[in-house]
Design a protein around this ligand. Sequence first.
Ligand code: UT7
Length: 302
Amino acid sequence: MVLKLAANGIETSDDWIVERTGIRARHFADDGVLCSDLAVEAARKALESAGRQASEIDLIIVATSTPDMVFPSTACILQNKLGAAGGAAFDVQAVCCGFVYALSIADAMIQTGAATRALIVGAEVFSHILDFTDRTTCVLFGDGAGAVVLEASETPGILASDLHADGKHVGILCVPGHVNGGKITGDPLLKMDGQAVFKLAVGVLEDAARSALAKANLTDADIDWLIPHQANIRIMQSTARKLKLSMDKVVVTVDQHGNTSAASIPLALDSAVRSGQVKPGQTLLLEGVGGGFTWGAVLLKL
Ligand code: UT7
């Protein structure tokens, strides 16, 4: 992996990026490295931490907007790389909210008995879809992957989830191109109206948090840790303020990897668990927001 502090050849500065976003470093996959390559590394580490073999997994969901291929899903490619054939495998496309969507879907499938043990991965190679001449986007996004294992238990881990979308905002964050007749029709690079996304994000993240808390009969005071999508420190600070949470209760890793879309929440969760910041028994609120427009929250007890 190559670490790059800022894109070259455009008018920008570390000071602007740090002040406006909180991002200090990003990671870009080497040439030829695809989404499933990052996903398989994260998946192996998650399985090891959970003390599980790939053969024990009967559901794989990969949250990604940068899949290896148009089809089949990156989840199927990952399943093959892990040698875990047989269970269900599919991708979830909810952009930066993808991990929250995937976790919620896996929980529902486990609760209905459709699956018993799930591997949920958020993996992205956003460097493949960045326009490196557009300073309003190319300094923000990075590549990465994170994963968790979720399994059936008598004690519920996921307490509530709350998912939403509003398709009228498709244009404010999108990669408009598509494959047609062997060619790419339309622009295959990321476009974002940052201010519009920012304004929508701060509103919907508070709503999703309140809704998930209400479903679980909990209040702001019950949250031990907020683990939001890592896009911009100012969005996280605003959400924390609205939920009356001190920033000491917010897991922040955006400085270390920038906006990695569907990978950002599992990366932040992994960092917080491995460092001992979050502990078993604590209540976590995971929140995502992204293109679509999509947003949602998952409230869980670790
Ligand atoms: O992951 C999905 C969710 N995505 C997000 O949550 C992103 C949400 N949006 C944001 O995080 C912020 O809107 C940005 C970080 C994208 C932009 O921050 P901002 O404070 O909203 O900046 P702005 O768009 O209002 O631009 C302020 C100024 C402009 O210059 P003028 O018009 O004031 O002269 C921009 O041209 O900053 C300029 N600018 C830059 N300057 C240096 C924009 N990008 C850059 C840059 N370097 N990279």
